[in-house]
Write a protein of this length. Structure first.
Length: 288
């Protein structure tokens, strides 16, 4: 296993604490598969069972239908919780703490306390960052300034003139617990960075999808041009779906193949587009 900032020992202590609490499943109020899809791209992960096309199918078969995977086997062997990146492990913990998953405020606070008992040994802490509907939202951050490479499920590329629409989509994705890059949510992390280098890393990085909000303004602006060039670089290397075009108008975008299917935003509300993104991620969104 590669070196991790959060060690295997700390991970094992935390996961075992979750699994030993038989009265409170780690997936909280969600069913197992819905929870796992918030952390792992099950629909694009390979199946270990020839009867199914992807991990979502075979994990459902063995954890729900046959019930021959216990949670220890699922997390340690099937999903490799000790081998995933620090960022994905943190995402797993933050999902456990999400008000959508652990709806009882007391449960959220108790989980954060358990996590902090072990995370402090590696220089991390689950810290409250705000509230939603009276429930505390926690983020896990480094107490030593250690930098963890950010990973996202979705990155949003757009022109400032189209922000009003994009802002609504971003807020709805955040409500659905989607890990996303939206510049207004990144003020602290962007502070002091070389923006050219950082945005290249974001848009050519490990995100599953780049939603490209195309308009006349998008074609003309410098930063959107830089973002989409980085996104095209990732799309070429990945050789799979990455760029999801969404059009405000019919402006031609150099480098974007004319046969790529797009969403016409003149016919979609932000709520409708958000639900389509959730479907693309293989997850059920909260009805709006």
């Amino acid at each position: 296993m590669q070196n991790r900032l959060i060690t295997e020992l700390t991970r094992t202590d935390i996961v075992d604490a979750l699994l030993l609490d038989k009265e409170n499943p780690f997936h909280g109020n969600l069913d197992m598969i819905s929870f796992l899809k918030r952390v792992w791209p099950l629909d694009s992960m390979p199946s270990e069972d020839s009867r199914f096309h992807n991990a979502a199918g075979d994990i459902w078969q063995h954890t729900v239908n046959n019930n021959d995977y216990d949670e220890t086997t699922l997390l340690y062997r099937r999903l490799g919780i000790n081998e995933v990146s620090d960022k994905q492990f943190i995402h797993f913990l933050e999902t456990c703490l999400s008000p959508i998953v652990a709806r009882d405020p007391n449960r959220i606070e108790a989980l954060a306390a358990v996590f902090n008992t072990y995370l402090k040994n590696d220089g991390f802490v689950a810290r409250p960052t705000g509230q939603i509907s009276g429930r505390t939202i926690y983020k896990i951050v480094s107490t030593t300034g250690a930098e963890i490479i950010e990973t996202y499920e979705v990155v949003l590329s757009f022109a400032g003139e189209d922000r009003a629409y994009v802002e609504k989509v971003a807020s709805l994705l955040k409500l659905n617990d989607v890990s996303l890059f939206y510049d207004n949510y990144e003020e602290a992390s962007l502070w002091g960075k070389n923006l050219t280098e950082h945005l290249h890393k974001v848009y050519s990085g490990s995100a599953r999808y780049c939603v490209m909000f195309i308009s006349k303004h998008y074609a003309e602006k410098v930063w959107p041009t830089h973002e989409r060039r980085s996104a095209f670089e990732k799309a070429i290397e990945a050789k799979e779906e990455y760029i999801l075009p969404a059009r405000f108008d019919n402006t031609d975008i150099p480098g974007l193949h004319k046969h790529i299917v797009y969403i016409d935003l003149r016919k979609k509300t932000p709520e409708e587009l958000t639900m389509l993104i959730m479907q693309k991620l293989g997850r059920e969104g909260i009805p709006f």
